[in-house]
Write a protein that binds this ligand. Structure first.
Ligand SMILES: [Zn+2]
Length: 404
């Protein structure tokens, strides 16, 4: 451990002397400060990074943040003092460490946490009431601990809502000329609105305009938003105009649940061809499926079953079971994902209904209530829904013991 750290430090010094770009090192691209008379937040925008050493000094009160293997981008300046922050300095230290010093009006509790940006990492430092106390300099340098224990917190459950197709890829086209990409966007927007109205839940749209997105880009956007679930909205099409009803799919790792499911997956996967991007041709079987992946698929299926049940209330459902097939857009290694074929755009009645804002809202309602019901039962760690459930069960226990 120590030897490795030393080697990395040594390497950073060597590379720092040359004109090479350092692959493993991070760059500080900017600093933003928000401050008032009681508290402050300093955000460091980094290309990469995961470690920091934070300690305090007295006379004057300072918080020092050391970032190993980090250098400063050209043009980055320490922000001007504001509110409780009376000064800031940034400068290189030996062995490739970058030091940020935040001088404070008085000794304030400090807290540091890592977050992600779309293309890097954010180190968020807070000073003031919301932060946890830092040991004073009298006890020596000490790392700052997080406010919350793992598993606790009050963040929203985030649902990535993906409107199928878009841009050069219209998706399926109904006999009346309705394009799948337009109805999926309308339903996705309605679904996002519906989810945002749900306490403890929040939606993120992968696209909110007529835009071509590669399937893997859709997953990347969901990941960037730290989504707890990915829901891709589509409308199905088939030569037989009489076929109607919704279906819900999750990723299969053992082949498709039916030939029709396989054909559908092939068609949805070919969306990338529309944008001139070759579909990755490695069969799903070649993907290493580990325990985590099968657990994710189990979670996807659990949520998808609830969506199927909710859709049954809206109208017909084509298949009462969750279907399985190798959709590329569902191949997220970390996020439970489902694909909802809301109706058949190839059926003239369903095509008309898909264009109706009322029907779009009904479909959105059904999908949202299925997803909600899943998360009420299976709240992720750190979410408000989990916290409320824990408090509710404590309440139950107290009520129960009060009865004795
Ligand atoms: Zn589609």
């Amino acid at each position: 451990m120590i030897r490795k750290a030393f080697r990395q430090g040594f390497l950073a010094v060597l590379l720092g002397l040359g004109a090479f770009s350092v692959g493993t090192a991070a760059e500080l691209r900017g600093i933003t400060v928000a401050s008032d008379s009681h508290s402050a937040q300093v955000t460091l925008d980094l290309t990469d990074g995961a470690r920091q050493n934070v300690f305090t000094l007295e006379n004057p009160d300072r918080v020092v943040i050391d970032l190993p293997h980090t250098h400063m981008a050209r043009g980055v300046r320490a922000p001007a003092s504001a509110g409780v922050i009376t000064g800031m300095r940034i400068g290189p230290q030996p062995r490739g460490t970058l030091r940020v010093v935040v001088q404070l009006k008085s000794a304030l509790p400090a807290h540091s946490t890592w977050g992600s940006s779309s293309d890097g990492r954010l180190l968020i430092l807070t000073f003031g009431e919301t932060a946890v106390a830092v040991a004073s300099a009298a006890t020596g340098p000490k790392s700052v601990r997080a406010v919350h224990a793992p598993g606790e917190g009050d963040r929203d459950v985030v649902i990535a809502v993906d409107a199928g197709h878009g841009g050069v890829d219209p998706g399926a086209i109904g006999h009346g000329g309705t394009r799948e990409k337009d109805v999926t966007l309308a339903i996705a927007r309605a679904l996002a609105t519906r989810i945002d109205a749900e306490p403890g839940m929040r939606a993120v749209l992968t696209r909110n305009r007529d835009e071509f997105l590669e399937l893997r880009e859709r997953i990347a956007r969901a990941r960037a938003a730290h989504a707890d679930m990915f829901v891709s909205v589509h409308a199905d099409s088939i030569a037989d105009r009489s076929v109607t009803g919704a279906s819900v799919y999750v990723l299969s790792v053992h082949g498709a649940s039916s030939e029709a499911a396989r054909v559908l997956a092939d068609r949805e996967n070919s969306a990338d061809l529309m944008g001139g991007i070759p579909v990755e041709d490695s069969p799903l079987g070649a993907v290493l499926i580990d325990a985590t992946q099968s657990e994710i698929i189990g979670m996807s299926a659990g949520a998808a079953e609830r969506v199927v049940t909710a859709l049954e209330g809206v109208g017909e459902i084509r298949k009462a079971q969750v279907q399985r097939a190798g959709f590329v857009v569902l191949k997220s290694p970390a996020i439970p994902s489902m694909l909802v074929e809301t109706a058949y755009i190839s059926n003239p009645t369903e095509e008309r209904r898909l264009r109706s804002p009322d029907q779009q809202m009904r479909l959105a309602d059904a999908i949202a209530s299925g997803v909600r019901s899943y998360f009420l039962q299976n709240p992720p760690d750190g979410t408000r829904i989990k916290q409320e459930r824990r408090m509710a069960s404590v309440g139950d226990a107290q009520t129960a013991s009060a009865g004795h």
